[in-house]
Design a protein around this ligand. Structure first.
Ligand SMILES: [Zn+2]
Length: 283
C-alpha cells in the first residue's frame, strides 16, 4: 500500500509538467506549430536548437577527477508501461524509492541540483541538429528535481547494424503501439540499456531551453550527447508504423528549430586521465 501511495503521489506531482513534455494535450499537432500556445510563441529560450561545437563554449574536465555532471543508478531496474500517447511513444518506469532512482546531478558555481529520472520518449526524426546534421531518431529522458525543475537528457540515433539490447526491447514494444492509447507493460528495465557504455559527463552539449511540446515551458536544462547511438532498421520501421490521433503516421513528430537568441551553449569535453600522472588522453 505504501508503495502504491508513493507512486500515486509522484504521478500527481508530475502530471502538470512531465505530461507536457510527453504530450498529453490534445488539440495541437506538428502541422500547426505557429499556433501552439503557452511560451511556444512568446518565449525566447526555446527548444530544439542547432548544436554545433564551433558555436559552443568548451568546458574542459579532467575525467574522472572532476565533474559538473554525474549520472548514477541508471542500471537500476523497474517495471513500467510503454504508451502511444498520440504525440510520441513514452516509457514510464515506476521507481518508488527516490534514493534508488536513476539520477543526474548538475553542479555549477558551488551548488548542485539532483534530477530524478521519470520517463523517456522519442521523436523521429530528431529535434536537435548536431553539427548541422539531423538524425533518424532522438530519445528524451525526462528528469525532475525536488523543486520541480526539469532536465532532459537527449540522445541521437542513426541506423546501423547492431543496436543495444535496450533498443531491441523498445523496437518490440513499439511494434505493438501502432494505435493511440495502446500500452505495453515493461518489466524490470534499466534505462542504461539504452544509453552509451560509458556513463560519464563527456561529449555533451548543455544549454538552457524549453519543453518541445505545448506549452513549451522554459527553464529546462538540456544535456544532449554529441555522438549518436545505434538503431537497427527494423526498430526504426516500428516507429514509422506508429499512428497518431488522426490515424495517420506519427513520423515527423519533431518541433521546428528555434532561435538561439544569444544563449550560451556549453560543450563538455574531457581530458581523460588514462594512467595517473603518466598519460593524458585528449577526448
Ligand atoms: Zn521530447
Amino acid at each position: 500500500m505504501k508503495r502504491t501511495g508513493i507512486v500515486l503521489y509522484l504521478a500527481t506531482l508530475l502530471c502538470s509538467s512531465i505530461s507536457q513534455e510527453s504530450g498529453e494535450e490534445s488539440d495541437w499537432n506538428y502541422g500547426n506549430q505557429p499556433r501552439w500556445e503557452g511560451q511556444c510563441t512568446t518565449g525566447d529560450k526555446q527548444s530544439p536548437i542547432s548544436l554545433e561545437r564551433d558555436n559552443a563554449e568548451t568546458e574542459w574536465r579532467v575525467f574522472p577527477l572532476s565533474s559538473s555532471i554525474s549520472f548514477s543508478d541508471y542500471d537500476k531496474q523497474a517495471d513500467g508501461t510503454f504508451t502511444n500517447n498520440g504525440h510520441s511513444v513514452e516509457m514510464a518506469l515506476e521507481y518508488s524509492d527516490p534514493s534508488a532512482t536513476p539520477r543526474t546531478v548538475v553542479s555549477s558555481e558551488g551548488s548542485s541540483t539532483t534530477f530524478l529520472f521519470r520517463s523517456l520518449h522519442f521523436h523521429w526524426p530528431s529535434e536537435h541538429y548536431i553539427n548541422g546534421k539531423r538524425y533518424d531518431l532522438e530519445m528524451h529522458m525526462v528528469h525532475q528535481s525536488e523543486d520541480n525543475r526539469l532536465l532532459v537528457l537527449g540522445y541521437m540515433f542513426h541506423v546501423c547494424r547492431r543496436a543495444s539490447s535496450g533498443m531491441e526491447v523498445v523496437g518490440a514494444s513499439v511494434n505493438r503501439l501502432e494505435s493511440v492509447g495502446s500500452t505495453v507493460p515493461v518489466s524490470q528495465f534499466a534505462p542504461q540499456r539504452l544509453m552509451p557504455g560509458r556513463l560519464d559527463q563527456c561529449g555533451y552539449f548543455q544549454y538552457n531551453g524549453s519543453l518541445t511540446t505545448p506549452p513549451c515551458t522554459e527553464g529546462v536544462t538540456w544535456l544532449v550527447r554529441e555522438e549518436p547511438l545505434c538503431v537497427e532498421q527494423w526498430e526504426l520501421d516500428a516507429f514509422n508504423n506508429v499512428t497518431n490521433a488522426e490515424g495517420t503516421r506519427m513520423a515527423g513528430n519533431a518541433r521546428d528549430l528555434q532561435a538561439i537568441n544569444g544563449r550560451t551553449i556549453t560543450y563538455h569535453r574531457c581530458v581523460l586521465v588514462a594512467h595517473w600522472r603518466f598519460f593524458w588522453w585528449l577526448w
